[in-house]
Design a protein around this ligand. Structure first.
Ligand SMILES: Nc1ncnc2c1ncn2[C@@H]1O[C@H](COP(=O)(O)OP(=O)(O)O)[C@@H](O)[C@H]1O
Ligand SMILES: [Mg+2]
Length: 245
């Protein structure tokens, strides 16, 4: 189990996360839902171990062990990874090499083809170089395909549809469900309530803390009703307002 235990994070003296606790059991599909600016990507960065986002209070735990001091690379070795909201790390190698980490992943051409197709690109792209000649959306799809190739224990998808025109709900669900059926715990971050419905458990984030948690359909409906018109995403909510939905 992966946990955030009562974490608080301050960046430049601003409180970004406030006494936030979350649990991620193995093999489930989680959703982290919330308006823009509520702290979702910050949570993702904290889970994967980005240095700047280490909590000043509380900690990150894996199977009961405190892993707060571990960096991104060490956590990746423990099976925790992310597809960032903004694509990163492109080096001009071919898509096939990118997807197989230059041969480090034992995978066939067909495995790569299947992953790419699941992310909505045809196999022509396997020969293409991953560089500026690709659109942002194509790069993002290739990154999602690469996540499908990795055998990770926890995968965070931060706004998987961001920057991709016409990324259908279906495609996102298929990626989540494919990962999950191979045993991966998927944590999908989104501000879209319809995406949040495809999960086993949901957390609603407001002002850097968990406002509600529970059945995705209930959380999504609550969000739609109350958070749509919310104009105070940066006020810290008292932890006593946290409730099960
Ligand atoms: N490196 C940083 N330095 C200062 N403030 C930051 C930094 N990263 C995020 N924030 C602030 O933290 C808040 C939450 O941001 P973020 O986690 O990206 O929200 P979300 O992903 O929910 O849209 C925002 O107010 C943002 O400006
Ligand atoms: Mg974000």
């Amino acid at each position: 189990m992966l946990e955030l235990r009562n974490v608080s994070l301050f960046l430049e003296e601003k409180r970004i996360l406030s006494n936030l606790s979350m649990e991620f059991d193995d093999g489930k599909r989680y959703v982290v839902l919330g308006n823009n600016g509520t702290g979702k990507s910050t949570i993702a960065n904290m889970i994967v171990g980005v240095e700047r986002y280490k909590p000043q209070v509380g900690g990150v735990y894996l199977d009961g062990k405190n892993i707060t001091s571990l960096g991104v690379y060490e956590r990746a070795k423990l099976g925790i990874t992310i597809a960032f909201q903004e694509s990163v790390n492109f080096e001009g190698i071919t898509t096939f090499d990118y997807l197989t980490l230059g041969g480090k992943i034992k995978a066939s051409y067909n495995d790569a083809k299947r992953a790419l197709e699941l992310a909505g690109l045809n196999s022509e792209y396997l020969k293409r170089r991953v560089d500026d000649s690709l659109s942002g959306g194509e790069r993002k799809r290739i990154e999602l395909a690469s996540i499908l190739m990795l055998k990770m224990r926890y995968v965070i998808l931060d706004e998987p549809d961001s920057g991709i025109d016409m990324m259908s709900l279906d495609t996102i669900s298929r990626i989540i469900n494919t990962l999950n059926s191979s045993g991966v715990t998927v944590i999908t971050i989104t501000h879209r309530e319809e995406i949040a419905r495809n999960g086993d458990y949901a957390y609603l984030i407001c002002s850097g803390t968990v406002l509600r948690e529970g059945v995705p359909a209930n959380i999504a409906s609550y969000y739609k009703k109350l958070c749509d018109r919310c104009d105070h995403p940066n006020e810290i909510v008292e932890s006593s307002e946290r409730a099960e939905a």
